[in-house]
Ligand binder design. Structure first.
Ligand SMILES: Cc1ncc(COP(=O)(O)O)c(C=O)c1O
Length: 442
């Protein structure tokens, strides 16, 4: 095991004073939340010593699993001994520079500039503002609108939340930014007349084009989307969707922005999902997998063309976070990328993708509770027939040794995204645990 239980067990009373993210704290008024104390490979270990397969990779983060703490820690220690921190405000340091080189080398060719943040929502905010400044610099101040998609999650800060198309997440904080519109996503069930794949492609891309035209193309700054939309249950677009959207954006001079906070850094079996699916994006936001979640880091990649008006006009990018591109997080990211290369994790996802297809098809066939399994690479969801089944299903699967995430934001789904180092045998075990849990509920 790479990590160990803390020397002293956390005090039960103190646990309930930590306010948790996206949590109804009232649920924990009479019992403590799960306490995870360690990990090994794709497994985590809780305070009772139970070893569970981490079927969500933390939160779509932990590409390399939990056994590389010593190596990541040594990289972090070296960085702290050399330079504990220096801000990236009109200055830089070796770790973010080296990481810039590596990220631009791994990313689609046109994406030559990187801005680092501490996480995904900050990355999305940063892109939103970069795009505003781009169009101001181009002398097109009316291009402020961003077209996002229904059901998509892009973060929880108010700008990112404005792009988020989940009514329940938005409602308490409205009014949000006015210049955002939400077009229909790629869920095939939105297009009941589209019996053939080509008709589905036409219909789902036309939904975005119609919105651009209705709003007035000269007012639209960007289209933002995840290559595979998470909320809704891994909505994989039809073949050709990326290329068609690129054509539409080019037709109206609009920037195409792929939010790869989840799909970046290997999850779909390519370093960047936007490249795999042919989007040729102008802007890409990323986070999570760049450090395998083991230090907080995110950022955006963008093209020279996006940067040009700021460079030509000498404009200030009036935006940045004290801890953006923290040298410690960049050092951990570099160590993580070295491990990902060495262990061949992207290749692992590609080689096990069809094995995982088969395993999840077996889960679907074996349970009356399941509508279907969707996804690409190691980014999957199982949709259940009824949202009321989700908590019992999640808990039963957990009792069978597998952590999955309940996602009822759009469709009733269990999110399944194993660490990218998982072996065929470990995936077999995961699928068996899911099947056994569903059978208990069924
Ligand atoms: C597509 C996407 N964008 C943005 C975010 C926000 O990232 P963070 O939680 O790091 O702020 C998320 C988080 O899951 C995400 O999935």
């Amino acid at each position: 095991m790479s990590t160990h239980a803390p020397a002293t067990e956390p005090d039960q009373d103190t646990i309930s004073h930590e306010w948790l993210s996206w949590t109804r704290m009232a649920d924990f008024s009479d019992h403590a939340p799960p306490l995870i104390v360690g990990g090994e490979g794709p497994y985590v270990i809780d305070a009772d010593g139970r070893r569970m397969f981490d079927g969500v990779s933390g939160l779509f983060t932990t590409q390399i699993g939990y056994s590389h703490g010593a190596e990541l820690g040594a990289a972090a220690a070296r960085q702290l001994e050399t330079l504990g921190f220096y801000p990236n405000w009109a200055a830089t340091s070796p770790a973010p520079v080296e990481l810039t080189g590596q990220v631009t080398a791994l990313s689609p060719e046109r994406l030559s500039r990187v801005f680092f943040t501490s996480g995904g929502s900050e990355a999305v905010e940063s892109a939103l503002k970069m795009i505003r400044l781009h169009w101001l610099g181009r002398g097109e101040p009316l291009r402020r609108k961003v077209i996002a998609r229904r059901g998509a999650y892009h973060g929880c800060t108010l700008g990112a939340l404005s792009l988020t198309g989940i009514p329940g997440a938005r409602a308490p904080f409205e009014p949000l930014l006015p210049d955002v519109r939400h077009a229909e996503n790629t869920d095939r069930r939105n297009y009941p007349d589209a019996t053939r794949d080509s008709a589905w492609l036409d219909a789902t891309t036309a939904a975005i084009e119609r919105m651009i035209v209705a709003e007035g193309p000269h007012t639209v700054a960007a289209v933002v989307l995840e290559p595979v939309q998470n909320a809704g249950g891994c909505l994989v677009p039809p073949e050709g969707y990326g290329a068609r959207l690129r054509e539409i954006c080019d037709r109206y001079g609009i920037l195409l922005w792929c939010d790869e906070v989840i799909t970046g850094f290997g999850r779909l079996g390519a370093w960047f999902g936007s490249e795999l699916l042919g989007f040729d994006a102008d802007v890409v936001t990323f986070a999570k997998g760049i450090t395998s979640g083991q230090a907080p880091l995110g950022g955006m990649l963008f093209t020279d063309d996006v940067a040009a008006p700021l460079l030509d006009g000498g404009a200030l990018y009036a935006h940045g976070f004290t801890f953006g591109g923290h040298p410690l997080a960049c050092a951990v990211a570099l160590a993580n990328l070295a491990i990902m290369h060495r262990e061949g994790v992207v290749e692992n996802v590609r080689s096990l993708e069809s094995h995982l297809d088969g395993l999840l098809a077996g889960v679907v066939d074996g349970s009356d509770l399941v509508v279907e399994a969707r996804g690409r690479g190691f980014f999957r969801a199982i949709e259940l027939r009824d949202a009321s089944l989700l908590p019992a299903a999640r808990d039963a699967i957990r009792r069978n040794g597998v952590i999955v995430r309940l996602d009822d934001r759009v469709n009733p789904c269990l999110a399944i995204s194993p660490p990218l180092i998982s072996t065929a045998e470990e995936l077999d075990g995961m699928a068996a645990g899911i099947a056994a849990g569903l059978a208990e509920v069924g």
